[in-house]
Design a protein around this ligand. Sequence first.
Ligand code: ZN
Length: 225
Amino acid sequence: MVELSEEQIKALQAKLQQIAGLPPEEQNKKAMEMLSPEEIEFLKSQQQGGGQCIFCRIAKGEVPAKTIYEDANFLAFLDINPASPGHTLFITKEHVQILPQLSDELGAEALNIIKKLATAVFEGTNAQGINIMQNNGSVAGQAVPHIHFHIIPRFEDDKLKLDWDPIKLSDEQFNEVQKRISEKAKDIGKKVVYDMSGKMIEEKKTKKEEPKKPEEMPRVRRRRA
Ligand SMILES: [Zn+2]
């Protein structure tokens, strides 16, 4: 696997930006002129998830798996270390590390398939419940750095522990964390389109009511006895 230093990666990113600004039909030719063999190797290995990614290898059929579902973009197979019988993993065939990196299109398609897969797992195992888990980052328990969803059938007395002891937050802490996250969430409904050079060319806001501020919420009136 090709490794580049931070400096080299920065230089490569600058070149890629320059290439992205060109008309599509010129991009390939220019890339071959501008990029060194090491840089091309590095990009290839990135696209293939380093060539070592176990889920990429399963997606390519290089490593066998007990397949449950497959289409052009996705694959579902039984987890080799199951939490319960029927524990299924759903992955993208493309090497995407974490959820925020997934395209809107694939994300929407994925949820649609997961919904149906969860039903199949539920019915196929006579489960009483289903957990769907998706971990991002090793600190969150993501064991393989390739996006995957766990679909875990649940049974009475299966003794599986997926719960947590709740922590106590003060009102102030709740308000602070609400403020920080909602600030980051405020543009979620916006549709932004970029051109090849990364310039924003379109910005649409989906029709959505602005959430009311807490002080504007109508008070619940007590009914007089
Ligand atoms: Zn991968």
